[in-house]
Design a binder for this molecule. Structure first.
Ligand SMILES: Cc1cc2nc3c(=O)[nH]c(=O)nc-3n(C[C@H](O)[C@H](O)[C@H](O)COP(=O)(O)OP(=O)(O)OC[C@H]3O[C@@H](n4cnc5c(N)ncnc54)[C@H](O)[C@@H]3O)c2cc1C
Length: 328
């Protein structure tokens, strides 16, 4: 199939990229998104607690939208329904459960993309796979017999009426604690620092309120260094002189990392200093016509939904100027 634009990943960045393309005059049949999950915005579905407030100024980023798409503060379901409607309204075709294996640039500058389900030729290619493809894991080994008791998200397995330790200190750690407490769990939070500098105000306040009501214990200045099986429980051992503790479940909220292997496989250049993919004007990579949008291009600070929308708008400007016949 010959395309003007192939987008990998149907999260806020990939969807807004498709919307920007159609809004700037590219025929929707010439735009295709390949999403490896069974539904779009899989990271949002998987990692956001259901009752989460999706803030427009996430992590203090300006809630200013430059392109076609924009959100105010929304609930999780409103956010997903806004993204659903964007796909529908702009007739964006998304192939679900399709994973890209190979991407090569041809002599004429176009790309040949092979997936587990098909082969495509496209004039431009956009990578919008986010950061959460592989959640960060601790550097110590998790014993195999703890399978089902140690988690890197809270939706793969239902955790209720249990004694749980959440490990981490960012917004997702607080949101996991709030969600798990609501599910009837007794939840403690282990964080390596003495305060929560990386959390937004709503999440700090919610966490502190739980702590004041005695519903969660904050184990600050604690570094988990080992997990052991102890009967039916997980024994958590700390580097500091803190007595080891027993939990039924341990949940890590250590954030995600750039799916570097995927990008390196595509031979995208990385900076030597902080090992981030090089993105130029309009979010173009070192390979002409290949763009990185959304969290992938947001750097170490991380992105937001609006910054993902805005990155697509900037990429589209560059694409209309240098590659496709379109107008923005
Ligand atoms: C717990 C948590 C809370 C957050 N709260 C907020 C908030 O309140 N407000 C806000 O603005 N932002 C929030 N964010 C950040 C926001 O969710 C991200 O900035 C945004 O989702 C980034 O969009 P994206 O499209 O770049 O990536 P993602 O949302 O990660 O989407 C990537 C998509 O690509 C797919 N994919 C991955 N790999 C492949 C592959 N190889 N092939 C095909 N498809 C692939 C994934 O399945 C996914 O659907 C939060 C993040 C987290 C983790």
């Amino acid at each position: 199939m010959s395309l003007e634009m192939l987008i990998i990943g149907a999260g806020p960045a990939g969807i807004s990229m498709g919307v920007e393309a159609v809004a700037s005059g590219i025929e929707s049949e010439k735009v295709l998104i390949l999403e490896k999950a069974p539904e779009h915005s899989y990271m949002i579905r998987k990692f956001y607690p259901d009752q989460k407030l999706v803030t427009a100024n996430y992590k203090g980023q300006a809630a200013v939208c430059n392109g076609v798409m924009c959100i105010p503060d929304y609930s999780k379901s409103e956010t997903l329904s806004y993204l659903d409607q964007a796909i529908e309204k702009h007739k964006i075709k998304v192939n679900y459960q399709e994973t890209v294996w190979k991407l090569e640039q041809l002599k004429d500058g176009s790309f040949f993309v092979s997936s587990d389900k098909g082969e495509y030729q496209t004039k431009t290619c956009i990578i919008a796979i986010g950061m959460m493809g592989k959640p960060n894991k601790p550097d110590y080994k998790i014993p195999g017999d703890l399978k089902g008791k140690v988690h890197f998200d809270i939706t793969s397995q239902k955790i209720e009426n249990s004694k749980v330790l959440v490990v981490g200190g960012g917004d997702s750690a607080s949101e996991y604690v709030q969600y798990l407490s609501q599910e009837g769990n007794s939840v403690d939070l282990s964080y390596r620092k003495d305060s929560f500098g990386r959390m937004n105000e709503i999440n700090i306040n919610s966490l502190m309120a739980l702590n004041e009501r005695g519903e969660t214990e904050l184990v600050l200045n604690s570094n988990v260094c080992e997990l052991k099986s102890n009967g039916e429980m997980v024994e958590v051992i700390f580097k500091e002189e803190i007595k080891s503790r027993l939990y039924e479940h341990v949940v890590y909220a250590l954030g995600g990392s750039t799916p570097k292997n995927f990008l390196k496989l595509l031979k995208i250049e990385f900076t030597g200093e902080d090992d981030q993919p090089v993105v130029k004007d309009g979010y173009e990579t070192s390979i002409p016509g290949l763009f990185l949008v959304g969290d992938l291009s947001a750097g170490k600070r991380g992105g937001s939904i609006i910054s993902a929308f805005n990155s697509s708008h900037e990429a589209m400007k560059k694409i209309c100027t240098d590659y496709l016949t379109c107008k923005i």
